[in-house]
Design a protein around this ligand. Structure first.
Ligand code: BYC
Length: 328
């Protein structure tokens, strides 16, 4: 039995009816036992809505995330780098496919999700609203943004909603190859000529704040963490994931003799906590609400892709007989 209906983003939201307390208690007991919730199981309307929001944003992030690196496929330095980057970008689009399918199990159609992306109603990850100015940006994205995504996705793949967790498990396998690809380019540049090192250092300086933003606002500002963690959609808070990332990757960056643009950044050896300058959250909110350096360009590219692909979708769905060759 489906619990609660899907309310389109932006639609006048009817006041949610109180959930049946007995069903709610059974649902929460299943989650506490570590069971997976499947699409046809009863679920509270708020759980469904939160999952759609989060999985949809994740799917959009994969599809828009393929754009900054995608601009380097034609300019990759060498054939092997080009092949690897092409395969990586293709994987990211494949992740979007998996995630849109997972979100569809909750009742929102792919068409509605894509429309909400193009119209700017749905969000996607802040980091993809910045340009990839040099080849070193590809190294930073492939190494550090994929690493940040893995920290988030490995945790959430142990969550409660079956289709999302299964998609995340598969995505994490592929992301770990992406991380190796990014790490290989990163180390190559870090150990290259002074000009290559300098290009990498500059890319790192540009990307550091967006990467700190990637995990979401600090826990005291986060709107959804408490509910999502209670229902095991999110398995760690934004601050905990940020700390995990710093702990795993700052030493790897410093080891290569590179610096990070934060004079406060250090590990407090007594608590094990990383101390850092609070990133500018006004900038973050501006970027995720449509006013970053590349938001308009990213959505415009997506819109053109949708328009140009319309005939393919029509042919595949057999909605337009003109494009379908009858089988012999
Ligand atoms: N960017 O209450 P909070 C990849 C929004 S792609 C934009 O803490 P929550 C890759 C948040 O939506 C993988 N918006 O939110 C691809 C909320 O606004 P709304 C990307 C953000 O959901 C290509 C508001 O801020 N990963 O790997 O509890 C190449 C308050 O935040 C962001 C995912 O998408 C952000 N960074 O936690 C290379 C992971 N952070 O919706 C690599 C899936 C927060 O109320 N998502 N907001 O208007 C998540 O795990 C969680 O949604 C977050 C945020 C941890 C990001």
């Amino acid at each position: 039995m489906y619990g609660g209906g899907y309310v389109p983003v932006g639609a006048e939201e009817p006041k949610a009816p109180a959930e049946n307390p007995e069903l709610l208690a059974q649902f929460e007991a299943r989650i506490a036992r570590g069971e997976k919730i499947e699409p046809r199981d009863w679920m509270p309307a708020a759980y469904r809505k939160q999952l759609i929001r989060m999985i949809e944003q994740h799917a959009h992030s994969e599809i828009i995330g393929s754009l900054p690196e995608g601009t380097w496929i034609t300019r990759a330095p060498g054939f092997r780098r080009k092949l690897a980057l092409m395969a990586k970008v293709q994987d990211e689009v494949g992740h979007a496919q998996l995630l849109y399918s997972a979100a569809e199990t909750l009742g929102k159609s792919r068409e509605e999700m894509i429309n909400d992306l193009i119209n700017g109603k749905s969000k996607y990850s802040n980091v993809f609203n910045y340009p990839a100015e040099t080849w070193a940006d590809v190294a930073v994205i492939g190494f550090l943004i994929d690493a940040a995504a893995i920290v988030n996705q490995v945790a959430n793949s142990k969550g409660s909603y079956g289709p999302y967790c299964r998609a995340l498990e598969r995505i994490c396998y592929e992301e770990s190859f992406h991380l190796k690809q990014g790490h290989s380019v990163f180390v190559w540049l870090a150990t290259g000529t002074p000009m290559q090192r300098d290009m990498l250092q500059q890319a790192l300086n540009r990307w550091w704040e967006p990467i700190m933003h990637f995990f979401g606002p600090s826990d005291k500002m986060s709107q959804h963490t408490e509910t999502l963690m209670r229902w095991k959609v999110k398995m760690a808070s934004n601050d905990v994931m940020r700390q995990q990332f710093l702990n795993m990757y700052v030493p790897k960056i410093w080891e290569l003799g590179l610096t990070l643009p934060d004079p406060q950044l250090r590990k407090d050896e007594t608590t094990g906590e990383w101390l850092f300058t609070e990133p500018n959250w006004d900038t973050f909110f501006k970027v995720i609400n449509g006013d970053g350096p590349c938001n308009r360009e990213r959505l415009a590219v997506r819109k053109v892709a949708e328009e140009r692909g319309a005939w393919v979708r029509a042919a595949l769905s057999r909605a337009d007989a003109r494009f379908v060759t009858p089988l012999a």
